[in-house]
Design a protein around this ligand. Structure first.
Ligand code: FAD
Length: 499
C-alpha cells in the first residue's frame, strides 16, 4: 500500500467522458486535441501548472526527416545506431514516417516554428543525427512555444474539460479493463479509454534536468492496476547540465549548442571527447574524467555561438551570474530521460485493456537503450495521435459510474508516493552513469517502489548497453540484443522480444 486512507471526504462527483487524459505536457495536450477533433468528449487532468512539465522545458526541438538530404530511412538508421540493438524497429519506423506529418499538423494548429531566410523550416543539428533535422521554435524555447499554443487551444475547446491542479490517485479497473480513474479530490471519471501522459521519472534521481514532478507517477498508477512496465534500467543522462550555480542546478544546456560548435574542455582547457557523439558516450567521458580528477564539472565553451540563436539559455545563464559569451559554463551529467515506462504497443495500448500510455511515461521500445536527441517530442505527438485513433475506433462504451461500495474502495486506493530526498540521493549514488551490483543491491531495501524496480531491472541486465553501464560487465551481451526487461504481475521480471 502506498499511503493511508482519508477518513472522510465530500461526496464524489462522477464525470463521464470518451477519453480521460492524465497529464498536460506535449503528449497529453495533443492527445486531448486529437480526441476533440474526432468529436470525442475529453477530460484532461494535470497535477501541475504548465511551466512544470518537461515539455515546457524542452529546448532543442522535434526530430523529423524534412530536409531535402534527409529521409525516414536515414532518421531510422540514426535512431537505431543510438539505441544499440535494442530499438524496436516497428515503433521507430512509425516515428520516423509519421513525425513530418505531425510537424505539419502542429503548424496548422498555430505553432510557429523557426524559419530560415527563405521561409523554409530552419533545421538544427544535434548529437547522433547525421543531418540537420531538428525543428525548433523561438531558438531554444521550443517546448514553451508548443505547450503554450496547445494549451490555449485546449482551454478554448468546448469538447475538452480541463481539470488543472488535479491528480489521478488511482485507476479504476473492473472486468479486466481500465474503466476510468479516481482523482485526489475523490471525483471519479469514467471513460472508454484512459491515456496516461504523466511524463518520465528522471526526477527520482538527485541530480536531474527534469521538473520535480517527473517521478514516474503514471508508471506506478499503471502498475498498481496490473499493466506491465519495461526497461526501467534504461535512464539517459544528459551530458551538459549546469553544476554549482545557485538557483540553476541541473539547468540543461541544449545539445543543439554543441551542434552549432560549442566544445567541452577539461581543467587544463583540453578537449577530451567528440561533442557530437551520442549522449551516453559524451556523459560517460565526462563522468570518467570527473571521477579521475575529483573535479565537479567540465567547461562548456560556447563563446563562439551567436547568443541570438539560444536566447533563453543565454538569459538563464546570465541571470545566474555567468556570461556565456565570455566564460566557460560548468557542466556535468544529470538524469534526463527514462527510456523505460509503461509497456505500449504500436497503438500506445498498455497490457491492460482500455489503458493507453504516451510520451515519456510509455515504453514502446523505440528509443532502445539510448534515445536519440529530439526523438521524444516527436514521439509524444506521433503516439498520442495513434492512441486516440485506436481508442475511439473501438466499440467499448464507458461503464456506469461505480456503485457506493465500489466507490468507497476506489477512493481508499492510495496515491503513488513522491520520493524522499534520501531515495533520490540513493538512486544517484547507486544507479548513476555507471553502476555495479554492490551499489544496486542497496536500493532493494529502498522504501520507494519504483527505486526498487529500477534496481531489480538494472541488476538483471548484466551487461553494458547504451545508457546502462555496469562496471563488472563492460561489454554488450549479444544474447540480450532486442531483449526488454518486463516487470509483470507480482513485479516478476521476464525478458521479452518485441516485434
Ligand atoms: C530540460 C529538458 C529539455 C528537453 N529538451 C528536449 C528536446 O529539445 N527535444 C525532445 O524531443 N525532448 C526534450 N526533452 C524531453 C521531453 O521534453 C520529454 O520527454 C517530453 O516533453 C515528455 O512529455 P510528456 O507529455 O510525456 O510529459 P510532461 O511534459 O512531463 O508532462 C507530464 C504531465 O503529467 C502531469 N502529471 C503527472 N502526474 C500526474 C497525476 N498523478 N495526475 C495528473 N497529472 C499528472 C504533470 O502535471 C504534467 O502535466 C527535454 C526534457 C527536459 C527536462
Amino acid at each position: 500500500m502506498y499511503g493511508c486512507v482519508m477518513p472522510s471526504r465530500p461526496p464524489a462527483v462522477s464525470r463521464e467522458a470518451d477519453v480521460v487524459v492524465v497529464g498536460a505536457g506535449a503528449a497529453g495536450l495533443y492527445a486531448a486535441l486529437c480526441g476533440a477533433r474526432s468529436g470525442a468528449r475529453v477530460v484532461l487532468i494535470s497535477a501541475t501548472p504548465l511551466a512544470q512539465t518537461a515539455s515546457y522545458w524542452a529546448q532543442g526541438g522535434l526530430a523529423a526527416a524534412l530536409a531535402a538530404d534527409d529521409s525516414p530511412e536515414l532518421h531510422l538508421r540514426d535512431t537505431e545506431t543510438a539505441g544499440r540493438e535494442l530499438v524496436r524497429r516497428s515503433a521507430a519506423e512509425i516515428l520516423v514516417r509519421e513525425a513530418p506529418e505531425c510537424v505539419r499538423d502542429l503548424q496548422t494548429l498555430g505553432v510557429r516554428f523557426d524559419a530560415d531566410r527563405f521561409g523554409q523550416l530552419a533545421l538544427g543539428l544535434e548529437g547522433g543525427h547525421s543531418v540537420r533535422r531538428v525543428v525548433h521554435a523561438g531558438g531554444s524555447a521550443t517546448g514553451r512555444r508548443v505547450v503554450r499554443q496547445l494549451s490555449a487551444l485546449a482551454a478554448e475547446e468546448p469538447r475538452v474539460t480541463v481539470l488543472e491542479g488535479t491528480r489521478a490517485q488511482a485507476l479504476w479497473r473492473a472486468e479486466d479493463r481500465c474503466r476510468g480513474l479516481v482523482c485526489d479530490d475523490g471525483d471519479v471519471i469514467t471513460a472508454r479509454a484512459v491515456v496516461i501522459a504523466t511524463g518520465g521519472a528522471a526526477a527520482l534521481w538527485a541530480r536531474t534536468t527534469n521538473p520535480p514532478g517527473s517521478q514516474g507517477i503514471g508508471l506506478l498508477l499503471a502498475s498498481a492496476a496490473g499493466a506491465a512496465l519495461a526497461d526501467l534500467e534504461l535512464l539517459q543522462f544528459h551530458p551538459t547540465a549546469v553544476i554549482g550555480l545557485a538557483g540553476r542546478e541541473g539547468f540543461l544546456v541544449t545539445e543543439a549548442i554543441r551542434g552549432e560548435g560549442a566544445t567541452l574542455h577539461d581543467a587544463r582547457g583540453e578537449r577530451f571527447v567528440d561533442e557530437l557523439a551520442p549522449r551516453d558516450e559524451v556523459s560517460r567521458a565526462i563522468q570518467r574524467l570527473l571521477d579521475t580528477t575529483g573535479e565537479r564539472s567540465v567547461g562548456l565553451d560556447m563563446r563562439a555561438i551567436d547568443p541570438a540563436h539560444f536566447p533563453n539559455v543565454v538569459a538563464a545563464l546570465r541571470e545566474a551570474g555567468l556570461d556565456p559569451t565570455r566564460e566557460l559554463i560548468p557542466v556535468a551529467p544529470a538524469a534526463h530521460y527514462m527510456m523505460g515506462g509503461i509497456v505500449a504497443d504500436l497503438h500506445a495500448r498498455s497490457t491492460l485493456a482500455g489503458l493507453y500510455a504516451v510520451g515519456e511515461a510509455s515504453c514502446t521500445g523505440l528509443h532502445g537503450a539510448n534515445r536519440l536527441a529530439s526523438n521524444s517530442l516527436s514521439e509524444c505527438f506521433v503516439f498520442a495521435r495513434r492512441a486516440i485513433d485506436h481508442a475511439l475506433s473501438g466499440s467499448a462504451s464507458p461503464r456506469a459510474a461505480p456503485g457506493e461500495a465500489e466507490l468507497l474502495a476506489l477512493r481508499a486506493l492510495p496515491a503513488p508516493p513522491l520520493a524522499q530526498v534520501s531515495t533520490r540521493q540513493a538512486l544517484w549514488r547507486a544507479a548513476g552513469v555507471e553502476r555495479d551490483a554492490a551499489r544496486l543491491n542497496t536500493l532493494l531495501e529502498d522504501p520507494h517502489p519504483l527505486a526498487q524496480l529500477i534496481a531489480r531491472c538494472a541488476l538483471a541486465r548484466t551487461e553494458s548497453r547504451g545508457a546502462h553501464v555496469r562496471t563488472e560487465y563492460p561489454q554488450r551481451d549479444p544474447s540480450l540484443d532486442h531483449r526488454h526487461a518486463v516487470v509483470g504481475p507480482g513485479n516478476a521480471i521476464s525478458w521479452q522480444t518485441w516485434t
